[in-house]
Design a protein around this ligand. Sequence first.
Ligand code: FES
Length: 241
Amino acid sequence: MITAKGFIDQIYLDERRAARLSCPPDLRPGPGQYLLASTRSNPAVPLALPVYTTGNYPGGFYVAAPLPNGANWLPGTALDLRGPLGRGFNLPAQARKVALAAPVGNGTRVLALLEPALAQNASVVMCCDQPPADLPAALEILPAAALLEITIWADYLACQVPREHLPGLLNLLTPERSNMYPAGRPSSTNSIAPRSNSAQVLVETPVPCAGLADCGVCAVSLRPGRDFKLACKDGPVFDIY
Ligand code: FES
């Protein structure tokens, strides 16, 4: 983990990018990871706030919208940064059919995978009912209801959901939970299920201590009867299969 100073270069009124944050290159979070940022210039806001990336730029990264609650940052705001923290997405180098999904919300965090996927010549589809405006034409947008069908096409799936919607997503995508394919998924398709490392989910949840105090606020249950995981350090990205 690295600590360093960073600066808010720019604030956007943008559905995908909340801000441009300059920082040392080795501090930039990977897709799905986060940094803790605290405001040196405003001791009235002592808590460090988590920020996620929605894409890199040469001097730092774009903070995924929205800004965290309590971040009254302006261009020029100096930040103390710590990270990168957490487990991020692991886009397989051989993936050529990449599906991004945000069944709830607009998926700004999962969109951090867009440029890396395009850079490895993958076709990229996003299942989302409220995608941010001004996405590249190379990204095909489908409704969230197409998610299950798109898993038959994709060779890698990355999802983003609020924690309260995780059970619903797992019910949809996990064959043993779903009654959609009672005899199992068609083996002749390219379905990602149930190959390991082929589908991941970023769980959106508060991370007030970021693992420092084991507060448990970020606990996540991925399977009934299994141990809880801590999104702040075991995640926030988890394997679905
Ligand atoms: S945020 Fe406290 S244990 Fe995860």
